[in-house]
Design a protein around this ligand. Sequence first.
Ligand SMILES: *Cc1c(COP(=O)(O)O)cnc(C)c1O
Length: 380
Amino acid sequence: MSQWKPRTFLAQALGKIDPESRAIVPPIHVSTTYQRDEDNQYRSGNVYGRADNETVREAEAIIAQLEGGAAAMVLGSGMSAAVAVFSTLSPGDHVIAPRVMYWALRNWLATEGVRHGLEVTFVDAADTSAVAAALRPGRTKLVWLETPSNPLWEISDIAAIVIVAHAAGARVAVDSTCATPLLTRPLELGADIVMHAATKYLNGHSDVIAGALVTAKIDDTWASLQRIRASHGMILGPFEAYLLIRGMRTLDLRVRAACASALELVKRLEKHAHVAAVLYPGLPSHPQHALACAQMQGGFGGMLSIRAKGGVEHAIATAARVRLWKRATSLGGVESLIEHRASIEGAGSPCPPDLLRLSVGVEDVDDLYADLDAALNGAG
Ligand SMILES: *Cc1c(COP(=O)(O)O)cnc(C)c1O
């Protein structure tokens, strides 16, 4: 289905039909083991469920197609996908990661990653020259990017960073969870690996924890990632893989709706009397709006943050007053979520205390704005 647009091949989950039953929706393969051939071979390619599952492969084929990659793998969570990538490195290897990034992964790098011998430098990844300055040719093995970055929605210039990183012998991996494969395709910009918290937009219904990795080419690192997933038991379960496939059927529709509503909301919020700042790459006031326009196609995502004019108390009170928006962490689901982000990130976070992170779902945008407006005004 490579000639079709994402919206088309997503709707049909690549058009796969079950060869035996002719079912339009293929069955969920739950078997943990597979029969050997009589001559002691495993011609099916399936041996044991910790490495082999057909439902998992169907999800992977869709994600590989979305990112234009050579192959994809799905794992038990976004965190396990990211940790698998760092597990391909050796003690003493140097990695560069953004100062502003998904908080749980930043914590993992600074604690477990360092404990396993990684040397980690956190840089302002919105500044390509800061990444270039942190590179240690021969020692830096990986540059990790997240764009737009949580929860300030800064943009990293993937193509420019790939050039300096590759020149220094480092690979580039991009957490593209918030961009989704519809708005940014990091592999086309030269990145080596793309990571998704499939928990978020790919599944889109807040009912599956899953992660995904996509590689530009089948190489030693990819073989190492496959061994790590199998030996560490990180594969996604078949039911979750099925739900992920079902969720992805509407990915294009959901992401387009979220992008359109987010853009409408930020335009209104920028003029709001009780909002000090609106952080969203689609706004001309965003410091990297031009880069976002060049790097993101068809929208700027469904994630935005606002800073409450009345400070931290006003931010927390606003989150307490919403009725339609749900007060919860996570993002990328069909229901809109609001979160006082500093409360979950804790000490050492670069997140300002007056910041509310908003994940825009697919509800009616006027309803979403009215609820937020009332909560900001204190009339919720
Ligand atoms: C949620 C998230 C993760 C982690 O994914 P899990 O599935 O929760 O483990 C990583 N990166 C980003 C940007 C996320 O939003």
